[in-house]
Design a protein around this ligand. Structure first.
Ligand code: 3H9
Length: 700
């Protein structure tokens, strides 16, 4: 036995307890401990059955992802352990509570019986890490739940609850009360069963329709949904083996496919994002003992689109919130929009009408600042105007309680300047939500020069409660996300004046894996926003700096994007599908001529390189300035806020895959051709010359 796995005996039942907090993942020592427990039970003739259970809240949340990069001889033998479970001559009962995921579920699948607590969650999330269930899951799950349900679980990674697991035949019984006692009682009742032990491997795979048809349909769905990801398709190949091959051959096939995937760049990238997402909320210089304040009431200033979405986030997190507006009409319009948003979710069957009512009841519209005095957090979400914001913060300073966190949702303005409008800049920070605020996962927490540790950790904790992914960033123009996005869209417009068209640029980027290309995104966001920002910057812009005015011309034609039905594209009534527009092509071609630029054919490779390298180069600068704490934070921001494909790992990780020397050589090549919009970031140059990656930089 090991420290990570306990063994005890109750009458003639052995209980093996995995105790590897917080999630009982199968780290080195755990599989070995389980095998040792099984051997002990096997060799003790007083033992008639074995219960396998997890200590704490979970069964086993899977293999330890960190071990995937270990040399094979050092990595734990999860498959060997799972086989030992199935080969036990005494019945093994899995007692599942909390998460039984990945290798954890695969362990349970190999048990003779499975009982679960009502709150258990069972699934195969490996596909989200760019791999497949590699410890027999692709062969045993179809044998237990049938081909259709197994494909659904394995290709989507979506877990099932205990109720659904029982319906599918994944578990034998849902048990109430103390799980350990219930599992022991279940085991005791099974001891007298006659006949050979039921082994999952010996079952036949059920299928609602002919297997070939079900598999073809799954491939079709995966190809459209997976958008460039290989793992979902390999998952189907592995599951196919469960119907076309004997069990042992199917296991061999699964193993080969697993090895191919685990070594792929896509899986490396997805594993990077998995950990990056969890690291992002950590603030390096904040001591562990700084605790967030309790948040029992919120206030949102402004009932516009952002304010309404933020109020929904409070309500969804169970926190009562007051929304402040200046007049009744604006308040009514804002709250009606919130109600319509909830109703749309109810109509889709994703929220019950009762829950919608509960959430609406948590939101109160008000026309004065009285509620501010009781708020633990106030989030200002009004029009982007420094004077208005300063006025609001001066009022908040007078009305808010002494411990309240005062946040601005600004996406462009200087948080330090806003903080200076109060007598307590340490309470002020930015909470930059992305539109639509109730949907988008990303939340930039903008740390001002004087923001206190407590205000910071409180904002991060609130973001987590709202089920967002908070990433702490520093103050600069555009913070991390929009500052990089500006360089990206600017380069995209240079490509237009040199010879490309919006649909060509967008297609290259969606083929790369972006959810949308830069021009479709601009149309969605509304072209007037960027226009206003560029106008504001016009006075201070270096006249020698390259500037493509195409987007400005488009706005001046009253084409504001999706909301006006025309922008870089045309949109049919009520549709969000961009249609290339000859009028825009004409405008772009005329613009190139006006600028004296001879249009040329631009390759997809050049488009991709120029857009990605601009992101990486600006990201390097941001990292060097300390605006982002670590390069993986930039990756999280890009994946969750800007549709960068997670399977490419985010721009900074992707640059590492390409090799920073390759990126730097490209940046220098474009600098020669296009001048100083391509000046290499000093950090990029330094790291490339050292043969390092951005990840290594943060470790230094
Ligand atoms: C697999 O099983 C492959 C097999 O098929 C084949 C084998 C041959 N490994 O998310 P949290 C860390 S693949 C290592 O904040 P929650 C996490 O980084 C695996 N570490 O908790 C964090 O660390 P830190 C299939 C892991 O309560 C801490 O644990 N399984 C792993 O919000 C707490 O995590 C999965 O994909 C791991 N597997 O959510 C399950 N999982 O404190 C992935 C977590 O240093 N896990 N950590 O930041 C999850 O989905 C969530 O963690 C879970 C709990 C829902 C379980």
């Amino acid at each position: 036995m090991t420290d990570l796995v306990g063994y005890e005996q109750r009458d003639d039942i052995a209980i093996i307890t995995v105790d590897n907090p917080p999630l009982n993942v199968l780290s080195p020592g755990v599989p070995e401990g389980i095998v040792a427990g099984l051997q002990r039970a096997e060799s003790d003739e007083r033992i008639a059955a074995v219960v396998l259970i997890g200590a704490g809240r979970h069964f086993i949340a899977g293999a330890d992802i960190k071990t995937f990069t270990m040399p094979r001889e050092e990595s734990p033998d999860v498959r060997g352990m799972v086989n030992a479970v199935e080969n036990s001559t005494k019945p093994v009962i899995a007692a599942v509570q909390g998460a039984a995921l990945g290798g954890g579920l695969e362990t349970a699948l190999a048990c003779t019986f499975r009982v679960a607590a009502p709150g258990a969650s069972m699934g195969t999330p490996e596909v989200n890490l760019g791999i497949l269930p590699g410890a027999g899951g692709t062969q045993r799950l179809p044998r237990l739940v049938g081909l259709d349900a197994a494909l659904q679980m394995i290709t989507t990674g979506t877990p099932v609850d205990a109720q659904r697991a029982a319906e599918l035949g994944l578990i034998d019984e849902i048990v109430d009360g103390d799980l350990r006692d219930a599992a022991v009682a279940y085991a005791a009742a099974r001891i007298s069963d006659s006949g050979p032990l039921r082994r999952t491997r010996d079952l036949d795979v059920r299928s609602d329709a002919p297997a070939a048809q079900v598999l073809a349909k799954a491939r079709e769905t995966a190809a459209t949904r997976a958008r460039g990801r290989i793992a979902p398709l390999r998952c189907i190949d592995a599951v196919e083996a469960s119907v076309t091959m004997p069990f042992d051959d199917g296991m061999q096939r699964e193993r080969e496919l697993f090895t191919e995937l685990v070594e792929s760049d896509q899986s490396r990238a997805l594993r990077h994002i998995f950990f990056a997402e969890r690291t992002a909320a950590k603030i390096d210089d904040v001591p562990d003992d700084v605790r967030p304040a309790d948040i029992s009431r919120g206030v949102v200033i402004g009932a516009g689109t952002m304010g309404g979405g933020i109020a929904m986030n409070f309500a969804n997190a169970g926190i009562p919130v007051s929304v402040v507006e200046v007049d009744q009409d604006s308040l009514d319009t804002g709250l009606a929009k919130v109600e319509r948003n909830y109703q749309a979710t109810v109509d889709k069957g994703r929220l019950t009408p009762e829950k919608m009512r509960e959430r609406m009841d948590r939101i109160t519209g008000v026309l004065d600042y009285d509620a501010v005095g009781d708020a633990d957090v106030v989030i200002e979400a009004v029009f982007e105007d420094m004077d208005i914001k300063k006025d609001i913060f001066a009022t908040l300073d007078k009305t808010a309680g002494p411990d309240a966190v005062l946040a601005t949702n600004t996406s462009t303005l200087d948080v330090n300047e806003i903080a200076a409008a109060t007598s307590r800049p340490s309470s002020v920070l930015g909470m930059h939500f992305f539109s639509p605020a109730n949907v988008m996962k990303l939340l930039e927490i903008v740390r001002g020069e004087q923001t206190s540790h407590r205000a910071l950790v409180t904002a991060v904790a609130l973001g987590k409660k709202m089920r967002k992914i908070p990433v702490v960033v520093g103050v600069c123009d555009g913070f991390v996300g929009n500052r990089m996005f500006h360089k990206y869209t600017r380069e995209a417009s240079f490509l237009l004046e040199e010879g490309a068209l919006p649909e060509q640029v967008d297609k290259v980027m969606t083929d790369f894996g972006f959810a949308m290309g830069p021009f479709a995104v601009s149309d969605l966001a509304g072209l007037d926003i960027g226009y206003r920002i560029r106008r504001a910057q016009a006075a201070t812009r270096d006249p020698d700096e390259r500037y493509a005015a195409i987007a400005d011309r488009i706005v001046e034609m009253d084409r504001l994007g999706q909301k006006s039905g025309v922008g870089f594209y045309r949109y049919a009534d009520g549709s969000r599908t961009p249609i290339p527009d000859p009028e825009i092509e004409e405008l772009i071609v005329a613009h190139s001529a006006e600028q004296g630029i001879e249009r040329r054919d631009i390759s997809g490779e050049e488009i991709r390189e120029r857009l990605l390298y601009q992101l990486v180069n600006e990201g390097a600068q941001i990292l060097d300035e300390g605006i982002a704490q670590r390069s993986s934070d930039i990756d999280v921001i890009y994946v969750y806020g800007y549709g960068f494909p997670a399977h490419a790992g985010g721009p900074m990780f992707h640059a590492g895959l390409l090799g920073l020397d390759t990126v730097l050589a490209g940046v220098r090549r474009y600098q020669e051709r296009h001048g100083d919009t391509w000046a290499p970031a000093p950090l990029l140059t330094r790291l490339a010359e050292q043969g390092a990656t951005f990840e290594q930089y943060e470790r230094a």
